[in-house]
Design a protein around this ligand. Structure first.
Ligand code: 9MR
Length: 540
């Protein structure tokens, strides 16, 4: 063998390539826990850990949480800890270059949350550490490889310590555990091949808090493969101050309220004919048509927008069902060729469960009411894209499971084209990984993804009296993250990213929650916020 080949083979054996070095910390293959590597902290039995031995064949490590006590947080925080690699190997590297890689498997319990903590010093606790969480979303557990850039540590847990406390030159330990607060009662985490990967040629794109945005730039032109949408109402589309911004920045609109059943369906006459009022919905459709915008219809069926006469309807279930069929058919037909897509049913799955919400539609039409409504919509307009839209799909794992079971059912009859993830989020919640893996669930099914209803709260606990510079930047970082995830969806499955209102003082959040918040991209004077800049930057 030529000296060159010898060196190449050696390099491959050592796991060293030109731009990537992999430090295999452990693969457990030697029969279990390496001495001086994994150590336990605390009395594991007390915290519900049933076993902490390597599996019988010694090939991976298993951690079991039996849900017996509420002390699981300690399991997540300080169960087993592993000393990473000689520090000198990280000298001269930045957070962007270094990745923690490991194989993980949830032994049969989707929704299991692995908590990974990175510590930058010899001490186990607590100030010099950052946290990251991984949630298993697939119904069938299997081995998955996760690779986390150190630059992303800390986002899930506490964005304020991101890059603040961790010192790359001192990274010394990784701790792995289960998070019993967000995961199911019983969780099993298996892990293997924990490694630190150092990549030299990594260019990590970051939100630049000082970026200057040219006034000529617009969100809709920067987004190449999908629509940038805005929730509007009939008064605002006729107000020149709003309309100017709508036309400049957005190429899709959604009626915030004007196309809900309560806005359109006004009653029933003596002959049993439905009485419609199209004034508000027409105003929005006309505005969009006049300005060449995409229209996403929201929403045909929602438990929270039912006219009183329908709630009090005295007819039979069959009559009720017929009435719903007439309504859906009338609305979809009226806007056929104009409204491009519909949220057919909104929020059908109950919070914290995989079950249907027991709405009047469910009670009157049965468990397949969602399917029936999708079928009515499909019959009325074959071209319109049909969406199931819901909130909490990123973090409420039970609801996620229920919603995707419903989606699968609709797919089996070719009734659904996409999933709407209502993005009513907080500046620090849900995590990037949760948003990413929830998005993947639709992409894997080859469905369109709509990030509908984006707004980012910074004051959900009501402590802030004013919008601080810190919160403005943290909100912008979250927007950057969300738009980045959306922007990397394959073109065939991306549809629209819709923002739920223009100006902070227009948002539904303050009146609903009862304290001030600043969740949108524009301030109350129509000024562009940092969140706007972050949105644009994530599209670059
Ligand atoms: O923003 C909407 C607010 O103006 C309405 O009063 C409210 C009730 O109709 O609905 C709000 O929008 C909701 C959307 O239609 C569905 N997902 C949750 C949104 C916020 O509540």
């Amino acid at each position: 063998m030529s000296p060159f080949l010898v060196m190449l083979c050696l390099a491959v054996q050592l796991g060293v390539s030109q731009d990537k070095e992999e430090y295999l910390v452990t693969d457990f293959d030697s029969g279990g826990i390496l001495p001086n590597a994994w150590q336990s902290f605390g009395d594991l039995a007390n915290y519900g850990v049933q076993q902490r031995n390597a599996s019988s064949d010694g090939k991976y490590y298993e951690l079991v949480w039996n849900g017996a006590t509420d002390k699981g947080y300690l399991v997540a925080q300080s169960d087993i800890t592993f000393r990473l690699i000689p520090k000198k190997k990280l000298k001269g590297k930045s957070m962007d270059n270094v990745f923690l890689k490991m194989d993980v498997n949830c032994g049969g319990a989707p929704g299991t949350v692995v908590n990974i903590v990175l510590v930058d010093g010899p001490n186990d606790c607590c100030s010099n550490e950052v946290n990251w969480q991984y949630t298993f979303t697939k119904t069938n557990c299997g081995w998955e490889t996760i690779e986390i850039n150190l630059a992303e540590f800390g986002y899930a847990y506490n964005p304020s310590n991101h890059e603040k406390y961790i010192n790359i030159n001192k990274v010394g330990r990784v701790k792995v555990g289960v998070d019993v607060f967000s995961g199911p009662a019983r969780q099993i985490v298996q892990f293997d091949n924990v490694a630190l990967v150092v990549k030299d040629s990594v260019t990590v794109k970051r939100y630049d808090e000082n970026a200057i945005i040219a006034d000529t730039t617009a969100l809709k032109t920067q987004a190449k493969d999908f629509f940038v949408g805005m929730a509007v109402n009939p008064t605002r589309v006729q107000d020149p101050k709003y309309a100017t911004v709508y036309k400049k920045e957005f190429n899709s609109i959604t009626a915030e309220n004007a196309m809900k059943m309560k806005s359109i369906l006004k009653g029933m006459d003596a002959q049993g004919n439905l009485i419609y009022d199209w004034t508000q919905s027409d105003a929005i459709v006309d505005f969009a048509e006049a300005n060449g915008m995409n229209i996403h219809g929201h929403t045909l069926i929602w438990y929270n927008s039912i006219p009183d006469f329908l709630n009090d309807f005295k007819g039979t279930d069959q009559e009720f069902e017929l009435l719903i069929e007439k309504y859906v058919t009338a609305v979809v037909s009226r806007y056929k060729g104009k409204v491009d897509s519909w949220d057919v049913v909104n929020e059908a799955i109950d919070e914290g469960t995989s079950e249907f919400r027991k709405s009047v539609f469910y009670e009157r039409m049965g468990a397949d009411y969602v399917k029936k409504c999708f079928q009515y919509a499909r019959n009325a307009d074959k071209e319109a894209k049909l969406f199931y839209n819901d909130y909490g799909l990123m973090y409420d794992t039970d609801k996620q499971r229920g919603a995707f079971a419903l989606v699968d059912d609709l797919m089996a009859d070719n009734l659904i084209d996409g999933v709407g993830y209502q993005m009513h989020i907080d500046f620090n919640f849900p995590s990037k990984q949760e948003i990413q893996s929830a998005t993947d669930l639709a992409v894997e099914r080859k469905l369109l993804v709509h990030f509908s209803e984006l707004d980012v709260k910074v004051n959900s606990k009501g402590k802030l009296k004013e919008f601080t510079v810190d919160k403005m930047q943290e909100q912008a970082k979250k927007v950057y993250e969300v738009v980045g995830i959306y922007n990397s969806i394959p073109k065939a499955y991306s549809y629209a990213l819709t923002i739920w209102g223009l100006k902070d003082d227009d948002s539904w959040i303050t009146p609903t929650y009862g304290f001030p918040d600043w969740p949108l991209l524009f301030d109350s004077d129509f000024g562009k916020k940092k969140a706007y800049s972050a949105f644009l930057q994530a599209l670059e």
